[in-house]
Ligand binder design. Structure first.
Ligand SMILES: [Fe+2]
Ligand SMILES: [Fe+2]
Length: 277
C-alpha cells in the first residue's frame, strides 16, 4: 500500500513541467555581467504574474521598503539582480503557493506568508552566523516547504490519522508524513528542486530543513533554514504541529551558535517580522 503511494508521488514530481524557457533565459541574463536593469525589466514585463510579484516585493514593508516603486525598472533597481534571481526561481517553482492547502489547513496566502517570513529570517540568521551566501539562505527559505504543495492531497485524505499519530508518538508533522504517507514534504521539496536542476546545496537545504545533519552538501544551509523556520513560526498555523517552534539540536552544533543567545535571536526576528505586519 505505502510504496504504491510513494511511487505515485515520485511520478508526479517527474511529470512536473520543466522550468519554462523564458525563466531559464531570464536566469541566464541575470548572470550576464554586462546586463542592464532595462533589459531585465523588459524580460520581466513579458510575464504578468512575475511582474506583479516583483512589484509587490519591491513595495513590501517586510523587506523594509516604502510603497514608492511604480515601475518594473524601479523595482529591479531597488531589489537588485541577486534578489530578482531568487524571486524568479521561487515564483517559477511555486506558481501556486498563494492558494490554500486544505490538507495542511492553510488558508489562501498562508504558505506564501510563512515562506516569506522564513526567507527574511534565514537571510538574517545567515548574516549572524556568517554563512557566506545569505541570498542563498533567502531563496531556500522561500522554497523550503514547497513539497507541501504536492503532499497536500495525501495529508487531506489522512488528516485524522496524522493528528492522532502526532499526539500518540509525540513526533513532528514531517515524521508523521514519512510514517503514514511514506515520504515527507521536505524530501518531496528536495526532489522538486532536483527536477528543476537547482544547485546541489539548495536541493539539500530544502530536503534537510527538518534534519540538517542529513545533508551531505553544505549542512550549514539546512541548519540556517531550520533555525529560521523555528524563529519565524510565531503562531501555529495549519496543522497543530507539536514541535513547530523547536530548533533541531544539530543546527545549533553545525552553526556553532551559543545556545544562550537563542532567546535574543528569537526576539530580533519577532521584531523584524512585527515591524512588517
Ligand atoms: Fe517544513
Ligand atoms: Fe516551514
Amino acid at each position: 500500500m505505502l510504496p504504491k503511494r510513494v511511487d505515485t508521488i515520485l511520478q508526479t514530481v517527474d511529470q512536473l513541467r520543466p522550468m519554462p524557457s523564458n525563466v531559464t533565459r531570464l536566469l541566464r541574463e541575470l548572470e550576464n555581467p554586462g546586463v542592464t536593469a532595462g533589459v531585465i525589466s523588459d524580460h520581466i514585463g513579458l510575464d504578468q504574474a512575475l511582474a506583479a510579484l516583483i512589484m509587490q516585493m519591491a513595495n513590501s514593508a517586510l523587506l523594509g521598503y516604502g510603497r514608492t516603486c511604480t515601475s518594473i525598472n524601479d523595482a529591479v533597481v531597488r531589489l537588485g539582480f541577486k534578489r530578482i534571481k531568487s524571486i524568479v526561481m521561487a515564483s517559477a517553482a511555486t506558481g501556486s503557493m498563494n492558494g490554500s492547502l486544505r490538507g495542511y489547513r492553510l488558508g489562501a496566502g498562508q504558505l506564501w506568508n510563512h515562506s516569506l517570513a522564513v526567507a527574511v529570517s534565514a537571510e538574517w540568521v545567515a548574516q549572524v552566523v556568517r554563512y557566506p551566501n545569505p541570498e542563498e539562505a533567502y531563496v531556500v527559505g522561500l522554497l523550503h516547504d514547497m513539497g507541501k504543495l504536492l503532499l497536500d492531497q495525501y495529508v487531506l485524505s489522512d488528516y485524522t490519522k496524522i493528528v492522532d499519530y502526532m499526539h500518540r508518538y509525540q513526533i513532528s508533522l514531517w515524521q508523521v508524513e514519512e510514517k503514514l504517507i511514506g515520504i515527507d514534504h521536505a524530501t518531496v521539496g528536495g526532489l522538486m528542486a532536483e527536477r528543476w536542476q537547482f544547485p546541489m546545496t539548495m536541493i539539500d537545504g530544502i530536503r534537510y530543513h527538518h534534519n540538517p545533519s542529513g545533508a551531505r552538501n553544505n549542512p550549514s544551509l539546512a541548519a540556517v533554514v531550520n533555525m529560521a523556520n523555528a524563529f519565524a513560526t510565531r503562531h501555529n498555523m495549519g496543522i497543530p504541529d507539536l514541535h513547530v517552534k523547536s530548533i533541531h539540536p544539530h543546527s545549533i552544533q553545525i552553526l556553532r551558535v551559543d545556545p544562550d543567545k537563542l532567546d535574543l535571536y528569537q526576539k530580533h526576528v519577532d521584531q523584524m517580522l512585527e515591524a512588517s505586519s
